[in-house]
Design a binder for this molecule. Sequence first.
Ligand code: GCO
Length: 263
Amino acid sequence: MSIKLFDLTGKVALITGGVHGLGMAMAKGLGHAGAKIVVNDLSQEAINKAMAEYKSEGIEAYGYVFNVTDEKAVIESVDKIESEVGPIDILINNAGIIKRTPMIEMEVADFNAVIQVDLVAPFIVSKTVAKGMIKRGGGKIINICSMMSELGRDSVSAYAAAKGGLKMLTKNMATEWAKFNIQTNGIGPGYFATSQTAPIRVDGHPFNEFIISRTPAGRWGDPEDLQGAAIFLSSKASDFVNGHVVYVDGGILATIGKPSNEI
Ligand code: GCO
């Protein structure tokens, strides 16, 4: 008997914001493991471009325009997805924004905007999707946390507050929903080469050199490095895993680092 622990055939996975970057990379991983992929964005143009990319890789994908911070829109869209594509078995709360501003200069409105998208929206989408999962006997929820779920950094106060909160929200979802056979976990990416980090990754930028020296693997992550953790936490292989954040970070959280002059 072949045990297909990581097979997602027949599953429907909603990856919020999965039209580029880390979300798309994780969605492609789930797609190649057999899942039907559903993504959302605020822009139909971004969705159209993403649909073409998924199709070019032979992945069955669907796109919906809705704002993850708008509860009414989320409820309507989840209903539409579940009637048009199928019941959502896997939810990856990936959609997120970042605003890099020193706290003393940060506008409260900007702080609130980051909290809404990066923390409140995962709450909204998860509680909406979990209602169906509970009725159907289970599901998988993955919250995309961050290095900033564990560590602070100059200029990313709102993002760190949101991602720290998202780590604890993940533990609370696990606490409340594991009895319904819903496994809720997080993935914490280290520093990855995406559009979100492009401004701090340019050759010669001090932060670029810092990350490469501070990461034991000595490189920025490639979005495909996240696919294994995403498939694991979406599959039967993680049916008794609850409330953990799997850090895919090249070892950066494992070390205090070393003096720059040490070979
Ligand atoms: C930053 C980066 C980080 C990474 C990621 C780390 O400005 O420090 O953008 O926030 O994107 O979140 O896990």
